[in-house]
Ligand binder design. Structure first.
Ligand SMILES: NC(=O)c1ccc[n+]([C@@H]2O[C@H](COP(=O)([O-])OP(=O)(O)OC[C@H]3O[C@@H](n4cnc5c(N)ncnc54)[C@H](OP(=O)(O)O)[C@@H]3O)[C@@H](O)[C@H]2O)c1
Length: 288
């Protein structure tokens, strides 16, 4: 009799990273359990013939629902957790889910954190990621931390209707990364988790770009004139003041840029080490 295949639990499978991780590992015949809030939002995975591997299991649980999470997590050998949607409750949701995984005796959790996670990080969400990481490191489970940089998709969404990327990023640079390289890196860890215990990896792109360079690249790829306008921090709060969002959200938006100015997004990349090939450049991502 063959050895039982490990059961890989994947959260966020209705989203960009988790969905890509699930499709990659499914194509390789791994045993998967997708843990989602709403199974109807899952992209259909290709039908698999019985001889090609076990069917994919789907369980419903949000991070804050301990009972559902316990039920969903029992039997999982290695669990991939993407961070929750941003909200004032996000940290509590993360800690609740980590506790549920430890209680369900999941041996190993892989957490998708954010680069520069630290209690003193300029980017406010990176502070929440640090507290989540700390909780995981103290949970008793084996752990691996993947710290992704900003996604290329975020850079593409930075310009306003008027084609201006405005923010207090100064001349700082950001080593943004593609969703597919983040997913490929996570899949590499989940395939052989024991090789990655107590490791923290930087999932960054191959080059650190200033917002001026990003604006020029977007102009070349879209044909629409995109420019970068430096703001002061005061101007940044004022220009976003009538968006009608809460203070925590405004602080996060503004600190996206001040973190770039502070050099906190200019990082080396562990993607090639994990996947065996260099991460995609912004030009490649845009197809130029
Ligand atoms: N590095 C960056 O530039 C950047 C930018 C934005 C966000 N992020 C963070 O990175 C994470 C992964 O990125 P992504 O692009 O894959 O995001 P995404 O496409 O928005 O997917 C997020 C996934 O997480 C699930 N989720 C969110 N909150 C949850 C909760 N409380 N309990 C259980 N599941 C929850 C979502 O489920 P539903 O389908 O039910 O909503 C979805 O499947 C995001 O969730 C966010 O925390 C990073």
């Amino acid at each position: 009799m063959g050895e039982r295949l490990p059961l890989i639990g994947i959260t966020g499978a209705t989203g960009a990273v988790g969905g890509r991780v699930a499709r990659r590992l499914d194509a390789e015949g791994h045993r998967l359990r997708l843990i989602v809030r709403d199974p109807s939002r899952l992209d259909p995975l290709p039908e698999r013939a019985a001889e090609d591997g076990p069917p994919i299991e789907v369980r419903t649980a949000s991070y804050s629902d301990t009972d559902a999470a316990l039920e969903a997590l029992r039997g999982v050998d290695v669990l991939f957790m993407v961070s929750a949607a941003e909200s004032p409750d996000r940290l509590r949701e993360h800690l609740t889910f980590i506790d549920a995984a430890a209680d369900a005796q999941v041996p190993h959790m892989v957490y998708l954190s954010f680069t520069g996670a630290s209690p003193r990080a300029t980017f406010t969400f990176a502070r929440t990621h640090f507290r989540t990481e700390e909780h995981l490191r103290n949970s008793g489970m084996a752990w691996t931390i993947l710290r992704d940089n900003f996604y290329f998709a975020l850079l593409e969404a930075m310009a306003g209707q008027d084609g201006i990327i405005r923010g207090p990023a100064g001349e700082g640079r950001v080593a943004a990364v593609s969703h597919s390289d983040v997913a490929a890196s996570a899949a590499a860890v989940l395939r052989t988790p024991r090789d990655h215990v107590e490791q923290t990896y930087e999932l960054a792109g191959p080059e650190a770009l200033s917002l001026g360079q990003i604006a020029r690249t977007l102009t070349a790829s879209t044909g629409r004139r995109i420019t970068y306008r430096r703001e002061s921090v005061r101007e940044a709060y004022a220009s976003r003041g009538d968006y009608g969002v809460q203070q925590w959200q405004l602080d996060a938006w503004v600190s996206t840029y001040t973190a770039i100015a502070a050099g906190e997004l200019e990082r080396r990349s562990d993607v090639a080490r994990l996947t065996g090939r260099p991460p995609m450049t912004f030009d490649q991502h845009l197809g130029i």
